[in-house]
Design a protein around this ligand. Structure first.
Ligand code: GLN
Length: 221
């Protein structure tokens, strides 16, 4: 896509990982959403999603392209950030046993804390700040948030870990709302960015969404 990000739109960091799924969800809630590959493309954005993927790879690419410094600077100037899964790892101030990347929110994460890729799972939970109905959650070789600092609010505590949290600038979720039919977290992030998303504060289940939506799968008969 060659379109230029408009003021007040939302960017999705487009280096590696689940980019298209976030762009699709953001457009479903009626906002302009753009892939971001270069520092200059952060200009004028209201928010940036750092998607899931592979955090070591993403962290190296952030450094190679000078995006780490650019994102830190933009965040200092008011850009809101949302990390999903690997994005949460990148944003965490502490990454247990490893070197932190952006270090922008005072949480500690433990990578791959549920086991291997085969230990990925779905579940549902009520996240009162986000929606008044339970939301489907998809965990793919997720980290656990094992500590939150002062000024960080817990949005969802499950078993022995925090699954979603935020401070005034940054939202983190260890699961993937963009891989479910629920638009509730995308709406929540847009409100955090000062935008006004379409739709109610229910679970936000998109009736047209299917697990194949992002594949551009066309059925030839
Ligand atoms: N396991 C990946 C990592 O540690 C994160 C997985 C994901 O983003 N779904 O980087």
């Amino acid at each position: 896509m060659n379109a230029v990000a408009g003021p007040g739109g939302i960017g999705v960091l487009d280096l590696q990982g689940g980019v298209q799924e976030h762009l699709d969800h953001l457009r479903r809630v009626g906002v302009s959403a753009w892939p971001v590959k270069r520092a200059a493309e952060l200009d004028g954005l209201a928010g940036l999603v750092i998607p899931g993927g592979e955090s070591t790879c993403l962290s190296r690419l952030l450094t190679i392209f000078g995006l780490d410094e650019a994102i830190r600077r933009a965040c200092g100037n008011g850009l809101k950030l949302w990390g999903t899964c690997a994005g949460t790892i990148l944003l965490a101030r502490e990454n247990v046993g490893e070197t932190p990347s952006l270090g922008l929110i005072d949480i500690a994460v433990s990578r791959n804390a549920f086991g291997s890729q085969l230990d990925s799972f779905n579940r549902e939970a009520l996240v009162p700040a986000v929606a008044r109905e339970p939301i489907p959650l998809t965990f793919i070789r997720a980290p656990k948030i094992v500590r939150v600092g002062e000024g960080v609010r817990v949005l969802l505590q499950l078993d022995d870990y925090v699954a979603a949290a935020e401070d005034d600038r940054i939202l983190v979720t260890v699961f993937h709302p963009e891989l479910t039919p629920s638009l509730a977290f995308h709406r929540y992030f847009l409100r955090k960015c000062g935008l006004n998303p379409a739709g109610a504060d229910d679970a936000g289940l998109d009736p047209d969404w299917t697990p194949l939506s992002w594949t551009r799968f066309t059925h030839h008969v």
